[in-house]
Design a binder for this molecule. Structure first.
Ligand code: F3S
Length: 297
């Protein structure tokens, strides 16, 4: 039996940065709040709570504490309201998300209606919309944008979308608009995690995808993986059903950009125990990685 981890898995740059900013701000028993969960991983959010980093849902709950703006960003009006109210803000908006907001703003200032590929209810997209001054459309797939046309349109994407979905949408537009401006704003960390997952899934019988059930990028990894192999999206080791692992020779593991290494290790070790193997991992580096030339480290 071979058990392998996707080459690019787990925390991305933006999530590492947000956690570092939060932990630094919480040093010396400072009480810190995040507006909504800092990242979409309930187990990591629980760990942060133990360090004094509490999740609140409304700015009214901040009190005199410092507030962290999470990696997805917050709507502009909310940010301005907090600043005017004198709250101390620590901005952990991922620089790639901030760049996306800036492109959305610039397109609308130049008179382009803006078409966003993404989930309209996701915090990143809700915040992004607030930067667009004129018309904005949000669609989660190409078929949702059937009845529109005109002079010009600008296209951007939520950072965690897949390049295939962006391609399917963009290909429809030249017939309907005289001018189409497209920015590929899918984050590189997202793209390489998706590609590593695809490659591993193509060479696996079963895939375990680790990450928050509320995490867009993890759900996208599960979607991609399920095109090639039996796929189970889990958050914690206890969710693994021993039956899944029977009669399979090649088990693949991948993890979303908001999944911490300690969860990857716990889940790998649980799989090792369930299949009766012995080599437990202490560090994520101990887990065999799927080398994308098809060899195992
Ligand atoms: Fe930022 Fe990309 Fe991560 S947008 S939060 S580096 S997935």
């Amino acid at each position: 039996m071979i058990i392998r981890l996707a080459k690019n898995s787990g925390f991305c740059f933006g999530v590492k940065r947000a956690i570092h900013l939060a932990l630094t701000a919480a040093e010396g028993n400072n009480s810190i709040v995040t507006l909504g969960p800092l990242i979409h991983n309930p187990q990591m959010v629980e760990k942060l709570k133990e360090k004094g980093i509490e999740v609140i849902e409304s700015p009214d709950e901040i009190g005199k504490r410092k507030a962290i703006i999470r990696s997805h960003g917050i709507p502009l009006s909310e940010k301005e309201f907090l600043e005017e109210a004198g709250h101390i803000l620590i901005d952990a908006t991922c620089p790639y998300v901030a760049k996306l907001q800036q492109i959305g703003r610039q397109l609308s200032e130049e008179g382009y209606p803006v078409l966003i590929l993404g989930n309209s209810e996701h915090p990143e997209v809700i915040a992004l919309r607030s930067y667009i001054m004129g018309t904005a459309y949000v669609v989660s797939e190409a078929k949702d944008f059937a009845n529109h046309g005109g002079e010009k349109i600008g296209v951007i994407s939520q950072t965690t979308q897949s390049i295939e979905k962006l391609r399917e949408l963009v290909i429809l537009l030249p017939e309907r608009y005289k001018e189409v401006r497209v920015f590929n704003t899918i984050c590189n960390a997202t793209e390489i995690r998706q590609e590593s997952t695809r490659m591993l899934a193509q060479d696996s019988d079963i895939m375990i995808v680790i990450g928050g059930k509320n995490s867009s990028n993890t759900k996208m990894l599960a979607r991609i993986s399920s095109e090639y192999a039996e796929t189970h999206h889990i958050e914690i080791p206890e969710e693994i059903n021993q039956e899944w692992l029977k009669n399979h020779e090649r088990i693949g593991i991948t993890a979303g950009a908001s999944t911490p290494d300690w969860l990857i290790i716990e889940i790998y070790n649980r799989i090792i125990e369930l299949v009766g193997e012995k080599n437990l991992a202490k560090n994520v580096e101990d887990i065999p990685v799927y080398k994308e030339d098809n060899n195992v480290n």
